[in-house]
Write a protein that binds this ligand. Structure first.
Ligand code: ZN
Length: 377
């Protein structure tokens, strides 16, 4: 082949890469199965990650979707166990995980119906499920199976199983069993290995010895080898000094570069050319530096959990509004402009709740920038 022709192909290839975006490979709305695999593969190849935003209401889900629409990015929306129960109604009993099951299913149907309106691909995910919460997972799986019978795809795109508190062989065996159940529906499974510090949904690891906060390459290979026997649809949340919730900087040494070592190790075992065979998930992202996120992304992180930061962002808009408009909110009628002046336009929830949505949207847009996800559609 002549040199000029080679050059021509090379430029053509570059143009193609520049013009090609996420919407050339997956549709908008909630995506499942091979589309999730395609999206995460594309993200890993193109060096970006999606923030996974915990949603607890239609309001927080909308705030996240708005961020994705404005930034022209796909997004992951996830319901935690507690967030799902809240979605069903905080005053409800959660005996037998019934509220969490009902709430996560309600959230899923809401997100499924509204996501196409926002014109972005959405991965619909359930967050941490520890061993004692498995009845919740089983309830969601039943909903997936029922939905699959009618629509040929599961209700949720993916589920997260966190059995990292169990001994490693048990953790892997139980996750593998769920992968087997998920495989016919092509549900993505996210699993956790190693200990993430801090506290979330009743799992308190804040007292754990710091040396246990790092997963080894051998652990990653054990998971990869076992799970890939039954499904290609899985990702691993490895511990690299992450902590759930925000802690004072310097308390824990985050080492996202370790993920690169894991990729190298798995690559060597597989004897593959793929330099990043593993899909990694970054847990406990709140409070981490942009540099730490980007090191993780360079090493195969495709999803970053962000909860604490967006919770605080949601408060900010509402807090500032209430503090600034205090004198217009103390009674339905009567404010500094006059004793008979109505305050309806100040206390309407569409006004002050929206202030929280706006600050949450702004925070998520920053995350999309930080993770190189902006303008990837
Ligand atoms: Zn975790």
């Amino acid at each position: 082949m002549s040199a000029p022709f080679q050059r021509h192909i090379c430029i053509f290839h570059q143009i193609q890469q520049i013009n090609m975006g996420v919407l050339d490979i997956v549709p908008t709305g909630v995506i499942t199965g091979d589309n999730v695999l395609k999206l995460f593969t594309y993200a890993r190849e193109h060096g970006f990650a999606l923030p996974a935003i915990n949603v607890t209401s239609t309001s927080t889900a909308i705030a996240a979707l708005e961020a994705a629409r404005e930034a022209r990015s796909p997004i992951v929306l996830q319901c935690s166990n507690g967030g799902s129960a809240y979605f069903a109604g905080k005053a409800s009993s959660n005996e037998g995980q019934k509220a969490s099951i009902a709430g996560s299913i309600a959230a899923a149907h809401f997100i499924r119906s509204i996501a196409p309106f926002y014109n972005v691909p959405v991965v619909l995910h359930s967050d941490h499920c520890a061993k004692k919460l498995l009845p919740w997972m089983n309830g969601m799986f039943e909903a997936d199976e029922a939905y699959f019978k009618v629509h040929g795809e599961p209700l949720f795109s993916s589920h997260m199983l966190d059995l990292s508190e169990e001994p490693k062989p048990e953790n892997i065996a139980q996750v593998k069993a769920y992968c087997k159940r998920a495989a016919p529906m092509k549900i993505w499974i996210e699993m956790e290995i190693g200990i993430t510090g801090g506290e979330e949904d009743g799992v308190d690891n804040s007292g754990v010895d710091h040396t246990q906060l790092y997963t080894t390459p051998e652990d990653i290979w054990d998971v990869y080898r076992e799970l890939s026997e039954v499904t290609p649809y899985f990702s691993i949340a490895a511990a690299f000094g992450n902590v759930h919730g925000v802690y004072k900087p310097g308390n824990v040494k985050l080492q996202p570069a370790l993920l690169g070592k894991h990729q190298e190790y798995v690559k060597a075992q597989l004897k593959t050319n793929n330099v990043k065979p593993v899909f990694f998930v970054f847990h406990g992202g709140s409070g981490s530096s942009v540099e730490e996120f980007r090191t993780g992304i360079k090493n195969g992180v495709v999803k970053v959990n962000l909860d604490t930061d967006t919770q605080y962002a949601y408060l900010e808009g509402i807090r500032d509004y209430i503090l600034n408009k205090k004198d217009y909110l103390m009674a339905p009628v009567g404010n500094p402009d006059g004793a008979d002046k109505p305050n309806k336009k100040f206390f309407d929830p569409r006004v002050w709740v929206f202030e929280g949505e706006k600050t949450m949207t702004k925070r998520i847009k920053k995350a999309l920038e930080d993770f190189y996800a902006t303008n990837t559609l």
